[in-house]
Design a protein around this ligand. Structure first.
Ligand SMILES: Cc1cc2nc3c(=O)[nH]c(=O)nc-3n(C[C@H](O)[C@H](O)[C@H](O)COP(=O)(O)OP(=O)(O)OC[C@H]3O[C@@H](n4cnc5c(N)ncnc54)[C@H](O)[C@@H]3O)c2cc1C
Length: 393
């Protein structure tokens, strides 16, 4: 059996999946190792939005927004069974911190950055239609803007990308936990634990550390030690309410702290998220906190009085990886960062942060940085044109 690969990827979340797809699309050998099950980390616990991120305009992250909107268009074309355009509603009250002109300006810029493509129209909902908005409170309501973004099933999308990688020739082992990475002059030796096969070994020209919140734990297993970034893990919780909003996704401002919160239809119920709570424990143990659940429920109830008495039937929490920096987690840049162990010909590259929406572009950029190490001559299949289909769990 083969045990010498061009690339070994650690982690079967959206980034591991997309790197596997991109590498295999260039005809290079690739093994992906996932310790639990595919998308069992952050990639099944996101807000499930394929979006440019309207709020990133406030922190001037224009290139990130443009890139995400381009990826949104590609996904709507390549994965229509997995990614769906949805109406988003932005209600503005006399107490909302943003003013209607600011939202209009933001949405105009969002359309421009989206290249006026699919889903870049927006409008203001006439007052006589406000009663069709899932019982949205109209007291003090000044304006409701409606624009478009997209929704997906994050875990299903990850599985579809992995399936595409496998069809292109990638090998995948699950569960398989990487326990040791020894760096050599050219490349590395890895050890990983399989449930049935016991301890296994393989070699890689390059290891891609796509272990999400576990990235620095994976780096602890690398010999000799390599540089790392100090990060914070920021917990984001969602709650699921036994009641369905019908019309689309609502972008509301929490009356408690003015943060943006989404209220979304999800599998016949309503999903509400998210929070930003500093997390210091083991990534495997992250759990929604009672105060987060109450915060989300109170925020939604403030705008949707009909939720009174409804039950929280489920809740989940995911972890964002944010490099340490100034300011609150909410305003810190969301760009992905690649950290190689050395310039030129890296033996291991770690992926810090990133967005579900931009996963394909992230993998494309990573591969570009490895072009000479992997001796990629240019005849790669374009991932931007590869269709994706739902696969069974
Ligand atoms: C609350 C929240 C909401 C979000 N909402 C959105 C959104 O709506 N839209 C958007 O675009 N982005 C969103 N994001 C960002 C996006 O979800 C993440 O950037 C993305 O899912 C990260 O994927 P990943 O592959 O890097 O990590 P993960 O999905 O966490 O995958 C890492 C994998 O590595 C595995 N692993 C770890 N250690 C080992 C080891 N030693 N050996 C083998 N495998 C290992 C883990 O089991 C895990 O499956 C959100 C993030 C959060 C936290």
């Amino acid at each position: 059996m083969k045990n010498d690969y061009d690339v070994v990827v650690v982690g079967g979340g959206i980034h591991g999946a997309s790197v596997a797809q991109a590498v295999a699309a260039c005809g290079k050998s690739i093994l992906l190792l996932e310790q639990n099950s595919m998308a069992s980390g952050t990639s099944s616990r996101s807000s499930k939005l394929i979006h440019g991120g309207l709020r990133y305009l406030e922190t001037a992250q224009f290139s990130l927004v443009r890139e995400c909107l381009t990826e949104r268009s590609l996904l709507l074309k390549n994965a229509p069974e997995l990614v769906r355009l949805m109406p988003f509603y932005f209600p503005l009250y006399d107490t909302t911190s943003r003013r209607p002109w600011q939202i209009r300006a933001g949405l105009s810029l969002y359309s421009i950055l989206g290249g006026f493509g699919t889903g870049s129209r927006f409008k203001s909902i006439p007052r006589h239609q406000w009663n069709q908005l899932d019982g949205l409170d109209v007291n003090g309501l000044q304006k409701v803007f409606q624009y478009y973004d997209a929704q997906t099933d994050d875990a299903a999308l990850t599985r579809a990308v992995i399936q595409s990688a496998i069809q292109l020739g990638a090998e995948v082992k699950v569960p398989a936990a990487v326990t040791e990475i020894k760096l050599e002059d050219k490349g590395s030796q890895l050890s990983y634990q399989e449930n049935e096969g016991g301890l296994q070994h393989c070699k890689a020209k390059v290891v891609v550390n796509a272990a999400g919140p576990w990235i620095n734990k994976v780096l602890d297993r690398v010999q000799p030690q390599v540089p790392r970034l100090d990060v914070e893990l920021i917990q984001g919780t969602h709650i699921l309410i036994d009641h369905k909003v019908q019309q689309g996704i609502y972008y509301i401002e929490s009356p408690i702290d003015h943060r943006a919160v989404f209220v979304m239809p999800w599998e016949g119920k309503t999903l509400i998220g998210t929070t930003e709570t500093l997390y210091k424990g083991d990534p495997a143990d992250v759990m929604p906190l009672d105060e987060e659940k109450q915060y989300l429920f109170k925020t939604a109830l403030h705008y949707f009085p009909e939720l009174t008495g409804k039950e929280i039937v489920d809740a989940f929490a995911g972890l964002r990886v944010l490099p340490l920096g100034a300011g609150s987690a909410f305003t810190r840049p969301r760009d992905v960062i690649f950290l190689p162990d050395r310039p030129g010909h890296p033996r291991i590259v770690t992926i810090y942060g990133g967005k579900l929406t931009a996963y394909r572009k992230t993998a494309e950029k990573l591969l570009l940085s490895l072009k000479s190490t992997l001796d990629i001559s240019g005849d790669c299949k374009e991932t931007r044109a590869i269709p994706l289909y739902p696969v069974e769990e």
